[in-house]
Write a protein that binds this ligand. Structure first.
Ligand code: COA
Length: 170
């Protein structure tokens, strides 16, 4: 029986989060991206999964704005990155992090989450391609998916989507 627990990330977790990101992706880009987004004050919900005192999973939802045709800006979130320590893959940690993140976002009144990832993985959490197809974005394509919990724009330009790119990690 797993004793895994999920909690909000704290400043003391930064080194452990870097390790999990580096191990999961096999490179440093995502770890650098996480540090840059958090240092820039862009984190909305950031969680860690802890197993026997060790951080074994991490998820970040950062701020992303949808600028609508009339100029109004809608505050959405970007899910990126999600990482689980390789030796703990397929034990449900990734799914638990996504679901707990969504629960907290909804409770905070967030209405739109956007992800750039494998549809066969994110589809199980409710992300859909159709909901994201109307956005104007350099990341537009099959991997761009969205999930809504309330009224949110289906069209507009995705701004501050640094979470999906490597600009900040370079
Ligand atoms: C993707 C990742 C976070 C999943 O974490 P996890 O804890 O193994 O996930 P869960 O145990 O909750 O779910 C595992 C399920 O997801 C599936 N899965 C994992 N990665 C997948 C992918 N890229 N595409 C499709 N399905 C995937 C597994 O096959 C498994 O399916 P099953 O439940 O039918 O057996 C983890 O594999 C990881 O850290 N990968 C490297 C980093 C990465 O690619 N992150 C996502 C992009 S931001």
């Amino acid at each position: 029986m797993s004793m895994m627990s999920i909690r909000a990330a704290t400043p003391k977790d930064r080194a452990a989060i870097r390790q999990v990101e580096e191990h999961a992706f096999g490179q440093q880009a995502e770890a650098g991206l996480v540090d840059a987004l958090v240092a820039g004050g862009h984190a909305v919900v950031e969680l860690v999964a802890v197993e026997e005192g060790q951080v074994v999973g991490h998820i970040l939802f950062s701020r992303l704005h949808v600028t609508q045709a009339d100029g109004r800006s809608f505050a959405a979130v970007a899910l990126a990155p999600l990482a689980v320590e390789p030796s703990f893959h397929r034990t449900g940690i990734g799914g638990a992090l996504v679901n707990e993140g969504h629960r907290r976002l909804r409770a905070a009144g967030e209405a739109l989450s956007i992800v750039l990832g494998d549809p066969s993985y994110y589809g199980r959490f409710g992300y859909g391609r159709a909901r994201a197809a109307g956005f104007d974005s350099e990341f537009q394509g099959e991997a761009l998916q969205a999930l809504t919990w309330g009224e949110a724009p289906a069209e507009g330009r995705l701004d501050d989507a640094a979470a999906f790119g490597s600009a900040l990690a370079a």
